[in-house]
Design a protein around this ligand. Structure first.
Ligand code: ARG
Length: 458
């Protein structure tokens, strides 16, 4: 216990169980590279300001470079006795270079140090997440491109509503992902501010240069209030909230992939390499990947609630509660990064059964709205047209046929404004092509939307 950075104040060593309870090194060691980056910038600032000597700075630089190599090579020995990533690295540095190592912590606290490490890590991670979203979007666009005029039923209440193109349906997810990427990019602005210099909570009496440290580390600005800098984790909550929305979007997509690939729908086939079998039912090919994405959404939503609850009611400034920010945050990032990657790959392995999609769109009176619109164009007020078509649909339901199967004479019983040009309106292609405005499902519009989307990604 003598080795501990703070043991001087204590009469007895910390209880074994408490040591394990309070230590974070098992999970915060993944911040090591960022901890070293932060320490290097801090040491250089101390040297520039004449707070420590240039010889000390050189020794610290060399020592930390060697430690970084040990860590990368997997040779660094992490000790639970040394509590966390910060004290482990500092102790190793001191063992290597002596007093210069002991001067590194001048004008700094683990409170501003850990906040800096987490922000550096999260900034890099946010960039990876945005790249992952872009990759998935590109994969989505390729699939949409191949199906800009593939007909499928569009649903409301999970019942056939109106025909849409499969490409149009996929582009809805492109838009959701576009907003997700915007949210991460926006959160990044607030992640990218420097806490270092806040020290424990009140700032420090040394003549530090925070702007210089911010510049060295690529931060856009310094945190303006020392108490806030060490204590708030809102930036981590924002990231996790963006992640929860991303997963929520992917859970909706997953639900659809699961439905579409079920034999009842038979719209798509998910490549075997993304599915698993049953140990008892030999016929099974289960859509495990989308099911797990749906399930892992609960996990990420849980992390968001964990972080909000962690922060709630914490008095200023730093409290050890904040050590609990890491595992939910790390797991959120790990979960979304791998999900984005697997999703992009899975989309490339999807085969579409166009005939099954078309057959489903042909059932359920998907063009009934088109018939109402047809009557409106011939002069019938929309509410009356709606009623006329509803009666025609009821009649067709009773006869067990589609509207387009009814002979002209029968259709004309519902409205004298119906003539033989009505059959063009009742076709799926006619319905699709007529929705030809920005945001509509006409194949022409889908191709334009894909073009715009490709430009947005480029
Ligand atoms: N391991 C701690 C954390 O993750 C580092 C900061 C500790 N500061 C303190 N005063 N005990 O939050």
């Amino acid at each position: 216990a003598k080795d501990k950075a703070w043991s001087g104040r204590f009469k007895e060593p910390v209880a074994e169980l408490v040591k394990r309870y309070t230590a974070s090194v098992d999970f915060d060691k993944r911040l090591a590279e960022f901890d070293i980056q932060g320490s290097l910038a801090h040491a250089r600032m101390l040297g520039k300001q004449g707070i420590i000597s240039h010889e000390d700075v050189s020794a610290i630089e060399q020592g930390l470079a060697a430690i970084l190599q040990e860590i990368r090579a997997g040779e660094f020995e992490w000790l639970l006795d040394l509590e966390d990533v910060h004290l482990n690295i500092e102790k190793r540095l001191t063992d290597k270079i002596g007093d210069a190592g002991k001067r590194l912590h001048t004008g700094r606290s683990r409170n501003d140090q850990v906040a800096t490490d987490v922000r550096l890590w999260l900034r890099a991670t946010t960039d990876d997440v945005i790249a992952g979203i872009r990759g998935l979007q590109a994969s989505l666009l390729d699939l949409a491109d191949a199906h800009s005029d593939t007909v499928m039923p569009g649903f409301t209440h999970l019942q056939v509503a109106q025909p849409v193109t499969f490409g149009h349906h996929l582009l809805a997810y492109f838009e959701m992902l576009q907003r997700d990427a915007e949210r991460f990019a926006d959160a990044r602005k607030r992640i990218n501010r420097l806490p270092l210099g806040a020290a424990a909570l009140a700032g420090t009496s040394y003549p530090i240069d925070r702007e210089y440290v911010a510049q060295q580390l690529g931060f856009d600005a310094v945190c303006q209030n020392s108490l806030d800098a060490v204590s708030d984790r809102d930036f981590a909550i924002e990231f996790t909230a963006a992640a929860a929305l991303l997963m929520t979007h992917l859970s909706r997509f997953s639900e659809e992939l699961i439905l579409w690939s079920s034999p009842r729908f038979g719209f798509i086939d998910i490549a075997d390499r993304f599915c698993t079998g049953s140990s008892i039912m030999p016929q099974k090919k289960n859509p495990d990947v989308p099911e797990l994405v749906r399930g892992k959404t609960g996990r990420v939503n849980g992390h968001l609630v964990a972080l909000l609850t962690l922060m709630k009611s914490q008095p200023l400034a730093y409290n050890k509660d904040n050590q609990e920010d890491k595992e939910p945050l790390f797991d959120t990032a790990d979960t979304i990064l791998v999900t984005l990657q697997i999703y992009a790959d899975m989309l490339r392995g999807i085969k579409v059964d166009k005939a099954a999609m078309r057959a489903a769109a042909s059932e359920g009176f998907a063009t009934a709205t088109d018939l109402a619109d047809y009557l409106v164009k011939k002069g019938t007020p929309f509410r009356d047209a709606h009623e006329v078509v509803a009666l025609a649909v009821r009649y067709a339901v009773e006869k067990g046929c589609d509207l387009s199967d009814l002979p002209l004479a029968e259709l004309q019983k519902f409205s004298t404004q119906i003539s033989d040009d009505v059959y063009a309106v009742l076709t799926l292609e006619g319905s699709l092509a007529s929705r030809n405005h920005i945001g509509g499902t006409a194949p022409e519009q889908v191709r334009l939307a894909i073009g715009r989307a490709r430009q947005a990604l480029a």
